[in-house]
Structures are given as C-alpha cells and as structure tokens.
Write a protein that binds this ligand. Structure first.
Ligand code: SF4
Length: 228
C-alpha cells in the first residue's frame, strides 16, 4: 500500500528536525577545509562521475595549478589535460574549460551565487548548481544526490523508480529535508545519507532516524524500532 501524503511529510519533517541536531561528520576533504566559491565549484566539476577520494587526493595540486577561473581558462589544452588526466576526466576537459571561459567572459572570473545563473554555465548540471549554491553560498536546499534520494525513499517507503535518479516524487520532496541554511548543515544531510544510510547495509542499529523511518519499521524487530 502506498504511504499517505501526510505520513510521508510527517516522516520527512521529523527526519529533517533530527538531522538538524547532528554534529558534522568530520569528512575531511580539501574543498571543505578551505572554502571559497571557486574551490567548491571546481570540486563539483571534478566530482562528476569521479570518486571523492581520488578528487580529494589530487585537488590541491589542481587548484595550485589553476587557482582561479581565469588561470584555468588561460591554460593550454595540454596543461589541463595533464593536470586532469589522472582523474579520468579526459572527455569532460573541453566542457570544464568552456565553463571557466564563460565565467571569465560573463562574470569577471567570479562564481555566481544564484542557481539560475550557475545553471547557465556550460557543463553545469542541476546537481552541481544546487551543490555550489548550497555549499559555497549557504543557500537553502539539498542537491539531488543519489544517497539523499535513497534516504528519502527509505524514510517514506516510496519507490526509488530509477537506481540513481530516484523518482519525480522523491525529487519534489527534497525541499522538506533541507536544513534552514546550506553550507555545513546541508553537508550533514549528504554525509548522513552516504555514511549512515549506506546503500547496501544501512546502519539502522545506530541511526537517529529509526523512529521515523519506514524502512526500519519494516525491516528491523519492533524492540529496536518504533514507527512514526
Ligand atoms: S533507520 Fe536505517 S534505513 Fe532508516 S534512515 Fe536510518 S539507516 Fe537509513
């Protein structure tokens, strides 16, 4: 049986309130250590279809080589290819360069703060725009990350429908999960979804959302979970 709209919303609001009380997960990646809009934007471009640990390892080297959109746009194709080759981004290099050229031409080499303007940058998709707006500028919202969509599906009992894109319904519910501000509070939501509500073995036994989670109620014994 499909969960009711009210049940879905109550569960998500309770989850959001609990997530807002959690401390940061302490994920140590260079673009969180020293936050500037460009570093966060650059990280989001490099993270498309690339592992976080690999980007984290190479990030400072790439940033030192191209410390601004202008430096990136002015670099030769060979320089960029050499710097990014180890990330397996060869096919995306022209797109990343076009994004940097666009920033120089249209935004004086700065990163725009609004999602609408970010989405106009060549090669910037919905996720990268939402993530940059939230993490670099503190805008309210949760990027439609696969882990967050899976978390929403488990809390509500709704179907994912697509393994990575979730469903239109789940994506429409994302704003209910968003903390009051972006930045570190938003990172807690993403980190929780990735590290606690793991894809294969969610850590329900130590999860603070167990009382409002449909999945927990359906899959773990009543002694450990109480339904919303
Ligand atoms: S109780 Fe389990 S399934 Fe539900 S949110 Fe927590 S880790 Fe995920």
């Amino acid at each position: 049986m499909l969960p009711s709209k009210r049940d879905v919303e109550v569960r998500i609001r309770r989850a959001a309130a609990t997530l807002a009380t959690l401390p940061p997960f302490g994920v140590d990646v260079p673009w969180r250590r020293c936050r500037t809009p460009y570093r966060i934007f650059l990280a989001e471009l490099l993270l498309v279809r690339t592992r976080v640990d690999l980007v984290a390892e190479r990030f400072e080297g790439i940033y030192r080589r191209f410390p601004s959109p202008a430096a990136f746009a002015a670099a030769s194709q060979d320089d960029v290819a050499e710097a990014l080759a180890s990330l397996g981004l060869r096919k995306r290099i022209p797109l990343i360069r076009r994004a940097m050229e666009y920033l120089v031409d249209r935004h004086d080499g700065c990163i725009p703060a609004s999602q609408e303007e970010l989405l106009r940058i060549p090669g910037v998709g919905t996720y990268a725009a939402a993530a940059t707006a939230a993490f670099a500028f503190g805008h309210r919202g949760v990027p439609a990350d696969v882990n967050v969509l899976r978390l929403l599906a488990r809390i509500t009992g709704l179907e994912m429908e697509h393994r990575t894109k979730g469903s239109k319904t789940l994506r429409a519910l994302l704003p209910l999960l968003a903390p009051e501000t972006g930045g570190p509070a938003c990172e807690v939501v993403l980190d929780f979804a990735r590290l606690t509500c793991k894809p294969r073995r969610p850590r329900c036994d130590e999860c603070s959302l167990v009382s409002c989670c449909h999945h927990a109620h359906a899959h773990i014994p009543p002694a450990s979970a109480s339904s919303a």
